[in-house]
Design a protein around this ligand. Structure first.
Ligand code: GLN
Length: 242
């Protein structure tokens, strides 16, 4: 009888442990999905892209379920600090300004800003040509920062990248300043616009994390290093950028 009770309890403990293990913790990832090929929505309205694939691999390595939360880019840092999300993976440039509020992982992508104009535009080829022009940008981005440095320019800020491009297309703006790989995607899909300038900034993307969450930061960096060293990074890079 005693033996029977012992094994019953043991069995019960095993069942609890196993079912407990099945329930993975979630890793909440904040992003802004008008930024192809890093994060965008497909016809099924799912958020996909290079960043999302990186997020999923990190989730696997941390044994956590990944939940993607799509929000305004300018709200990501606030969402991290309010603990509404655990990580922001959003083509986010590591900047000294942002570093005052959040920590960044090791860099995972080199990027740069470029100027996009309509096809008929022949004068604008550098930043200096934007003096006094109307520039459309995404709010809270390094593209918006670059536009703010141009004298007498009128800056129109939008929550979503596609809205900035629509403004250009409809001749309500003269130019868009945006990350080069993203510009390349938009000019493929919107007719009548082109990249007008060389890349003119040096930027690196990082994954942003709440400053208090140093344990997660370490794990994310470990995961990123594994992704670089295993060839997984190259595989994902080739699938999204070639
Ligand atoms: N890399 C730019 C930035 O960090 C733009 C990012 C974005 O719009 N998703 O500001």
């Amino acid at each position: 009888m005693r033996k029977f009770t012992f094994f019953t309890v043991l069995l019960l403990v095993c069942v609890l442990v196993i079912s407990g293990c099945g329930k993975k913790e979630t890793l909440k990832i904040g992003t802004e999905a008008t930024f192809p090929p890093f994060e965008f929505t497909n016809d099924k309205n799912e958020v996909i892209g290079f960043d999302i694939d990186i997020a999923k691999v990190i989730g696997e390595k941390l044994n956590k379920e990944v939940e993607i939360i799509n929000m305004d880019f300018s709200g990501l840092v606030g969402a991290l600090n309010a603990n509404q999300i655990d990580l922001a993976i959003a083509g986010m440039t590591i900047t000294p300004e942002r570093k005052k509020n959040v920590n960044f992982s090791i860099p995972y992508y080199d990027a740069s800003q470029v100027i996009v104009v309509r096809d008929d535009e022949t004068i604008i080829t550098t930043r200096n040509d934007l003096l006094g022009k109307i520039i459309a940008v995404q709010m809270g981005t390094t593209g918006a920062d670059a536009a703010a440095e141009i004298s007498n320019a009128q800056i129109k800020q939008f929550g979503k990248v596609n809205e900035a491009f629509l403004e250009l297309k409809n001749k309500r703006a003269d130019a868009v300043i945006i990350d080069a790989p993203v510009a390349k995607e938009y000019i493929k899909n919107i007719s009548g616009i082109k990249i007008a300038s060389k890349p003119f900034t040096e930027e690196q993307y990082g994954i942003a994390i709440n400053k208090k969450n140093t344990e997660l930061l370490e794990k994310v960096n470990e995961a990123l290093n594994e992704i670089f060293n295993s060839g997984k990074y190259q595989e994902l890079y080739d699938s999204w950028f070639k």
